[in-house]
Design a protein around this ligand. Structure first.
Ligand code: FES
Length: 135
């Protein structure tokens, strides 16, 4: 696909975010911001038997941060917590279909960082350096 199509898809997720809102019975919530711009993502997860049963996100910010977070919610539903912990930059780039460049990559990785903060928080595990350095 051409990068124009990917840009259209990103804009569509930004304007019509999937899995946006609150999850009333969430087991864990996490929130973080991009220190460069202040944009925010919050993730809420329902976890069952070591897997992500349901997820919602809320946020405020640029098209890349909001669209990538929304895309991520679709992909992580049904995944095991270990699979989510193993996700990295390449997974997010694959989802977006474009490389947003060295500055905007932080926008793209904010959602993944917050999902990981939620998973580590749920498991009661210390946040790794890898997670801290995502954004
Ligand atoms: Fe703030 Fe993109 S400009 S996350």
């Amino acid at each position: 696909m051409s990068s124009d199509i990917y840009k259209d898809i990103i804009l569509d997720y930004y304007r019509n975010p999937r899995n946006f809102g609150d999850l009333a019975n969430a087991d864990v919530r996490a929130k973080d911001s991009n220190p460069l711009c202040g944009d925010i993502i919050e993730m809420q997860l329902k976890i069952n038997d070591g897997k992500i049963d349901d997820v919602r996100f809320k946020g405020k910010g640029c098209a890349i941060s909001q669209a990538s977070a929304s895309m991520l919610t679709e992909v992580i539903k049904g995944k095991s917590l270990d699979d989510v912990k193993a996700m990295g930059k390449s997974n997010v780039l694959e989802l977006m279909g474009i490389d947003p460049g060295p500055t905007r990559i932080k926008c793209a990785l904010l959602g993944l960082k917050v999902v990981k903060l939620a998973v580590y928080g749920y498991l009661g595990q210390a946040i790794t350096e890898e997670v801290k350095q995502l954004v």
